[in-house]
Write a protein that binds this ligand. Sequence first.
Ligand code: CTP
Length: 191
Amino acid sequence: MQIVLPYAGIVLLIGPSNSGKSTLLKRMIEKREILPSEVISSDDFRVLVSDIEFIDWRDRPKDEADSLLGDYQSISKEAFSMMDSVIDARCRLNKLTFVDATHLHPDDRKRYLSLARKNNVPIISIVMDIHEDELLIRDEQRDNPRGKRRIRQQYQTFKKEKRFIKKEGYMSVYTIKETDNLEFNRRSNPI
Ligand code: CTP
């Protein structure tokens, strides 16, 4: 599949945890298809604002899980606020930015559609459509697992949301089931 990247604007990655968003972007950086500074990741911004790299959600009693969720939501709110200012600045400067977060909830996606519209830059989305069983297998194998319950919840949200994404107003939507045969064609001027 050939993916046409705009000269400037936003590339919104969409997909549950373990769908391979960060892996794809890392591979593009290694192949020098994009610059490291073109990737803005919610995981990195959570660390920047809170020093916390990873919360282990597995096997927690409910009250502990609820308290952790409260912490996580406060951290995420600050992280996204910082991240959105950086993306806004990059759009104003006519830069291309890949946004690496799950973007499963419509409001999260709408924020970036509005940001792109406000700055008069294009926005495209890359939807990582990976089967739930594969997401769960990858979760077991990764260093910082998100936990089965969370992956299943995210997958259900993704399944419900994916039909709406095409109509939300992106310049293009690329739905990816595997990343082996991707070819990126980057526009070399704003037109
Ligand atoms: N992974 C894999 N095969 C792929 C892509 C990812 O086995 N084709 C593995 C990675 O090695 C990693 C895990 O799945 O151990 C999560 O990959 P990542 O790219 O970080 O997924 P994200 O979608 O970015 O997950 P998150 O939203 O949780 O950051």
